[in-house]
Design a protein around this ligand. Structure first.
Ligand SMILES: Cc1ncc(C[n+]2csc(CCOP(=O)(O)OP(=O)(O)O)c2C)c(N)n1
Length: 640
């Protein structure tokens, strides 16, 4: 049969997809081999058939025609990808866009093995791509990459960038800009679209500058205060031939640390104290957590933690974690405690907090209040505590060294004794707290809709021996993990959205599951229904990439937080609450989440409203994710 001649537009795209398929089938010797390479395995989408030959050919027909000779031997984007790879970035998440087609082609084809470090993760929405990077960063303490389309992609991503900024999460972002393309996808100042909530951006004009800018953005993102950093990548730089291009040398950032006299002073304070206390907020990386534990153990200090409120804090069930044998602390040290209150302060005692940007709106740190974080004896108003503008994690090694130098045999014996007393007191306090919590959480145990406490209580024994990460914010589902679960790993609980932007929980959980995937870890997402509905396509990403993600719907069939506000307002105005559901509930029809999950290729079950069915369903869910297959359980829950 004679093949139809395909015609191509200015940019090399086929004008007619059918012609494209035919042309590809007849002209490309690699088409068949290519389709075999790309075809997913049988389990790719939970029972859905694999794409047909015809479909793959049709998809392939929309790309440039096969070139007989390679016009570009070493595209600039190969070098960009190499720089990203050398930074150890594991994943790049993107929703496709022609402003970065050069980069995308390099990500999936350049280097060996192809499409690894980073692996290309398919996002169905740019907001999801950035929120995935946000969740990943909180789990691992380092950035992954989000790749965004010019103007429209970055606008879709904006809220997720804002959440990450407010949460001080390091996220690396590249945005395509194609000046020869559609004007509406091009901008003279692309980064300006998100500049008030990114830490740093650049729009390099040469390839050399572009490569350096990626490294600089990475460094800016991971340097406290950590935040998203963004580079605009001109499409010409991505596509240009750069056979002699050189990779720039990489220098890791230097973090501000306490100076040696301050390190000595802090060490002396800790060693000389009768009852030192260390308060730990959110450190930068898991290494910071190790160092904080080392210091507390060396000096026998009791410690408090934010691990039940967010990642990278002191392990909750470490023997030193808790109020300790006495709360009469005579020396307290805060390490990255949240916000300006910076923990427990005694008169003239130092606190190390992250250097923070005071020029941005409401960005004086994270939330919390002194009484929750603190508890120090006779502390003056914590907001007046003079912080040391230094990174706690980077400062700890010098303090630890000094402590080791100052310790005498006598002191060591005292410390050992103190540690044993703290351990005993903390164990007692913990048992008391859990007993009280369990008593309280029995309320409504057998009720339907199902009590949120029961969901947490029945899940805990199933995961407590696993390496787990609770990825979703839990404020709206009762926060029961705080009292019922032990948060011992830097990534045990990833905390809130940052800026309270809904549509975060599901994609951040996918990011956490990316972090978990090759680390034999499972991820639990207690998923609010309203939150999922902003961009539910992220379920497909979890299914497609086979992520160990257990999603348990906290399906209260409402944006309940807002329902409460509206109900309150109707009460204040004396007009009755009977219409408060209008605009704040998800009824008529109810949304069928297991069908939604199935549509995206994710296995699941529900809706479950009889609590006696819950435990068995949770067990099936945990078993599924332990096999590496994401699973959803739709639970009809109490509002809170
Ligand atoms: C992007 C965005 N839009 C709207 C809001 C306002 N808002 C705050 S809480 C909330 C309800 C969230 O509903 P859901 O996630 O189902 O949690 P629930 O309160 O029902 O437990 C909304 C809409 C927001 N915070 N973020």
């Amino acid at each position: 049969m004679k093949s139809r001649k395909a015609s191509f537009d200015r940019r090399g795209f086929l004008k007619n997809a059918a012609a494209g398929a035919a042309a590809l089938a007849t002209t490309s010797p690699t088409a068949k081999a290519q389709s075999e390479v790309n075809r997913p395995g049988p389990a790719a989408s939970a029972g859905a058939p694999a794409p047909t030959e015809e479909q793959i050919a049709r998809d392939a027909g929309n790309v440039r025609p096969p070139a007989t000779a390679r016009a570009v031997t070493r595209p600039g984007s190969d070098l960009m990808v190499q720089v990203v790879r050398d930074l150890g970035i594991e994943y790049v998440a993107a929703n496709p866009g022609s402003t970065f087609e050069g980069l995308q082609e390099s990500f999936i084809n350049y280097g060996s093995p192809r499409n690894q470090t980073p692996e290309f993760i398919t996002a169905l929405h740019e907001e999801s791509a950035v929120a995935m990077a946000h969740g990943y960063a909180k789990a691992e303490g380092k950035p992954m990459l989000a790749l965004l389309h010019g103007t429209i992609g970055i606008q879709h991503a904006a809220m997720a960038i804002y959440n990450a900024y407010y949460d001080r999460a390091p996220v690396l972002i590249l945005v395509g800009n194609d000046r020869g393309d559609i004007p509406s996808h091009t901008a003279a100042d692309m980064a300006g679209l998100s500049r008030s909530f990114t830490k740093w951006d650049a729009q390099p004009k040469t390839l050399d500058e572009a490569l350096v800018a990626i490294q600089r953005a990475y460094n800016e993102a991971i340097t406290p205060p950590m935040a998203p950093a963004l580079v605009v990548m001109d499409s010409e730089l991505q596509k240009m031939d750069a056979p002699t291009g050189k990779l720039p040398g990489y220098k890791p950032p230097q973090f501000t640390t306490v100076d040696s006299s301050r390190a000595k002073e802090i060490a002396k304070g800790l060693v000389d104290a009768q009852n030192p206390r260390i308060a730990v907020g959110r450190l930068r990386t898991p290494r910071g957590v190790e160092l904080a534990v080392e210091l507390a153990e060396l000096v026998g200090a009791s410690a408090n933690t934010a691990a039940d409120r967010g990642p990278m804090s002191f392990p909750q069930r470490n023997a030193l974690c808790g109020p300790g044998a006495s709360t009469a602390y005579d020396y307290t040290l805060g390490l990255e405690t949240r916000g300006a209150q910076a923990s427990i302060i005694g008169p003239d005692l130092p606190t190390i907090v992250a250097q923070r940007d005071v020029t941005h709106i409401g960005f004086g740190g994270l939330d919390g209040n002194g009484s929750v974080e603190g508890g120090g004896r006779g502390g003056r108003d914590v907001n007046n505590a003079p912080p040391i503008q230094a990174d706690a994690e980077a400062s700890l090694p010098a303090i630890i060294e000094e402590v080791k130098r100052l310790q005498t045999a006598d002191k060591k014996a005292l410390i050992q004794d103190r540690r044993a007393k703290h351990a005993e007191a903390n164990q007692r306090a913990h048992l008391q707290a859990v007993t009280q919590a369990v008593e309280m959480k029995r309320a409504g145990w057998n009720g339907s809709p199902i009590s949120t406490a029961r969901v947490y209580a029945e899940l805990w024994p199933l995961i407590m021996k696993e390496d787990w990460c609770l990825s979703s914010p839990t404020f709206f589902s009762g926060n029961h993990n705080v009292q019922l679960w032990d948060h011992n790993k830097p990534y045990s609980y990833l905390g809130g959205q940052g800026a309270g932007g809904m549509g975060y929980g599901a994609p951040a959980s996918v990011g956490a599951a990316l972090a978990a995937k090759n680390r034999n870890r499972i991820v639990v997402n207690i998923q609010c229904d309203g939150d999922l509905n902003y961009a539910p396509g992220v379920l497909w990403t979890a299914a497609h990439h086979k992520l160990p993600l257990l999603t348990i719907m906290h399906n209260n069939r409402a944006w309940h937080q807002e329902f409460m506000y509206v109900a309150y307002m109707t009460g204040v105005r004396g007009r009755g609450t009977d219409r408060a559901h209008i605009g704040s509930t998800l009824r008529e029809p109810y949304i069928d989440y297991t069908k939604m999950a199935a549509g995206y290729g994710m296995a699941g079950e529900g809706p479950i409203s009889d609590p006696t069915y819950l435990a068995a369903a949770l067990k099936r869910g945990v078993d599924s994710v332990k096999r590496g297959e994401p699973y959803m359980i739709d639970v009809i829950t109490q509002p809170r």
